[in-house]
Ligand binder design. Structure first.
Ligand SMILES: Cc1ncc(COP(=O)(O)O)c(C=O)c1O
Length: 421
């Protein structure tokens, strides 16, 4: 039985309606810029973004011409040496940051370590590191490590909903992920930053599920430090380098706990003593990975013309559509909403829960719908407005309905655990 999802206004949506909405979509033109396999519904761009078509040509040029022919000369002639800062400035544009406040380097885990240690040193006092108990594991591990190494009052883990009320006098640094990787619950950057600042607490934001997903304005939110990854919504490629943002307001007082030669004021003078670079370059450590940076820079080229408000508008519309379908059709089939119902506090994925969420995600993959699952019972449906269509949500929901109604997910083959779920 084909379902009839309804829109928030109560109007019934057919597949033809979704096709029409796609044809009227101002972002629809971007889908053609990506390589997406035919007959695959890809709702996992919040884990690994799709590959821009231009990346193949650009990386081939890098390999053949810049590396193959140019060899070491390309550090100067192809702009390799400046890439971390140049690409950082491209990212700054849609983080609402200023030029010279973002550097691309390492991965989010390492950048988090650098930012947290810099924040603790800046604060000086030996306070507590406060974090969300359900934060992404790497964030928790890094918070524990810096607290141990800095000798602070340790890490205090509190439930996400209790975070604002836990900004106590003994807290020195708060580290939190703006959009939760499981539920997609979204914090207001400006609100939390302001409350924390008023109490003398420095916030290190993790923007992994925000960058390219929701509008961000780091400058007007007066954010001090933030990190994030580029392989999800930004389409940088598997393991693409991450970014670190440090506000001009405090940058000159921040130090990198991993002071490598690329963060030196004059790396190619090979001096014996470390002098940090004047700008955000000080947060580099070793040689930048040019293959990854080049792929990322190519992908960001697409983003330069994108209006983040349009991204958000479509993201909210598609998450609303999926939730409407779940509420009207799936409630009796054991599926529950694991994300906030209010779009104002929801990022760009929808979490659904079911005791056999893993098996259902495997069954969906067999039907050509790629999502992912997180233990114990969560399924994540990622909306990446540059290439997710209205019909993708309609068709994915129809496949989900078929799997739930037939209970085909009960087949033992779907219980086999993959290395990466
Ligand atoms: C919220 C969040 N923080 C940190 C990370 C880790 O990033 P990386 O693997 O680049 O260190 C991830 C990875 O998915 C994440 O979702």
């Amino acid at each position: 039985m084909p379902f009839r999802p309804i829109r928030p206004q109560g109007r019934t949506l057919s597949r033809a309606d979704c096709e029409r909405l796609d044809s009227e979509d101002s972002l629809a033109k971007y889908r053609a810029l990506f390589d997406l396999p035919a007959n695959l519904i890809y709702l996992d761009g919040n884990s690994l973004g799709a590959k821009p078509k231009a990346t193949s040509t650009r990386v081939a040029h890098l390999l053949e011409r810049e590396w193959g022919d140019g060899l070491v000369r390309s550090w100067n002639e192809a702009g390799w040496a400046d890439a971390p800062r140049r690409v950082g400035d491209m990212i700054a544009r849609f983080l609402g940051a200023l030029e010279g406040e973002v550097i691309v380097a390492d991965n989010t885990s390492v950048n988090l370590y650098k930012a947290l240690m810099a924040a603790l040193r800046y604060q000086g006092r030996r306070g507590v590191v406060l974090t969300d108990a359900g934060n992404f594991p790497t964030d928790l591990y890094m918070a524990e490590a810096v607290a141990r190494q800095f000798g602070t009052g340790g890490v205090r883990r509190v439930p996400r909903e209790a975070l604002l009320d836990s900004l106590a006098d003994d807290v020195s640094v708060l580290t939190v992920t703006q959009v939760d990787y499981k539920t997609a619950h979204m914090f207001d950057l400006a609100d939390i930053t302001a409350v924390a600042r008023a109490r003398g607490i420095l916030v290190v934001w993790d923007l992994c599920h925000s960058a390219g997903a929701v509008p961000i304005d780091l400058s007007s939110s007066e954010v001090d430090l933030a990190v994030g990854c580029t392989y999800k919504f930004l389409n940088g490629g598997p393991g693409a380098p991450a970014f670190l943002y440090a506000s001009h307001r405090i940058l000159s007082h921040l130090s990198n706990p991993l002071p490598g030669w690329f963060g030196h004021e004059r790396p190619f003078e090979f001096r014996q003593d470390y002098v940090p670079a004047h700008g955000v370059e000080r947060f580099q450590s070793g040689t930048p990975g040019i293959l990854g940076l080049t792929a990322l820079e190519t992908a960001l080229g697409i983003w330069l013309s994108v209006d983040m408000n349009e991204i958000r508008r479509k993201s909210v519309a598609l998450t609303e559509l999926l939730i409407e379908i779940v509420e009207t059709r799936f409630a009796s089939l054991g599926i529950r909403l694991g994300s906030p119902r209010d779009p104002a506090v929801r990022g760009s994925h929808v979490a659904l829960t079911h005791p056999q969420g893993y098996e259902i995600s495997r069954a969906l993959a067999e039907r050509g719908v790629v999502i992912d699952s997180r233990p114990p019972d969560l399924m994540r449906f990622g909306i990446t407005p540059l290439y997710t269509r209205w019909v993708d949500i309609y068709d994915a929901a129809e496949q989900l309905a078929g799997i739930l109604e037939s209970e085909s997910y009960q087949h033992p083959k779907f219980r086999i655990r993959l290395g990466v779920p």
